[in-house]
Design a protein around this ligand. Structure first.
Ligand code: SF4
Length: 256
């Protein structure tokens, strides 16, 4: 499929899904740091397990830079155990906080004031941070204009003939970012609180401090598109058997 046609398709997917389901309120969380913790903990596990681990940290008053810094590794492992791979994830969270302390004196504000591309490279150099985690931190904690590609994104695009199984992460990220950018020029939406509520699909989260934070129209569109694709993946586009009947993207499915 020619590149411009791919971009047009992606814009239509956004418009169709947003019209059907409205705001998804990703990422649930009260603070930037909670989003970062969630981005680490969600690796290789279901979100419900992440929620249990986050609640443990909250109850222990450790859901902050200071909180993670002062916990022993053993205690941190115990608190985040419900998220799976807890030893690995505890080390990674400690590594993140150590980096934040060393380079930014523990300040997320200072960290997020770096140019997006530089900060992205820096995050990718940390232990256990791949592109999806780095981009989740940049987009959902930092409100920076980076699209997050996940397994659902790959699956939907592959089944619709827009990418192949071999297409790499960066190519898909650039495709989405360039496809969606013109929509931001049209909308000029700067704050999700100003927009009307619509029916949400059941994978949408309730509004939270982070999901309703001030952000640019472009960041808002990248934010929503990722959440909408998660909804498609969870409810229709399963790993083994897609349920195309009833899926809002069915009209775009290539004819066989
Ligand atoms: S469920 Fe079917 S129509 Fe929906 S995104 Fe997947 S392949 Fe496309």
């Amino acid at each position: 499929m020619p590149e411009e046609q791919k971009k047009t398709e992606i814009r239509r997917y956004y418009q169709t899904l947003y019209s059907a389901w409205g705001e998804q309120h990703w990422w649930p969380g009260e603070t930037q740091f909670e989003v970062i913790v969630g981005a680490y903990l969600t690796q290789n596990t279901a979100w419900t397990n992440v929620e249990r681990a986050i609640e443990n940290l909250r109850a222990a008053k450790a859901l902050s830079v200071e909180g993670i810094r002062s916990l022993t590794l053993a205690r941190l492992e115990k608190l985040i155990r419900p998220s799976g791979y807890f030893r690995q994830k505890a080390k990674r969270l400690k590594t993140f906080v150590a980096h934040l302390d060393k380079k930014y004196a523990g300040s997320l504000e200072r960290m997020f004031s770096q140019p997006t591309n530089e900060l992205r490279e820096e995050l990718l150099a940390l232990n256990g941070v791949g592109p999806e985690t780095a981009d989740s931190i940049l987009l959902y904690a930092g409100n920076q204009p980076v699209f997050v590609v996940d397994a659902y994104t790959r699956r939907v695009l592959d089944r619709h003939g827009i990418i192949s199984a071999k297409t790499d992460y960066e190519e898909i990220r650039c495709l989405f970012e360039s496809a969606l950018a013109p929509l931001a020029d049209e909308q000029r939406v700067t704050n999700s609180r100003t927009r009307p509520e619509r029916d949400r699909c059941s994978s949408a989260h309730p509004p939270s401090a982070m999901s309703t934070a001030q952000r640019t129209a472009l960041v808002q569109i990248y934010n929503e598109m990722h959440g909408l694709i998660v909804g498609v993946g969870k409810h229709y586009c399963g790993k083994s058997q897609p349920k195309c009947d009833g899926c809002p993207l069915q009209p775009f499915l290539p004819k066989r």
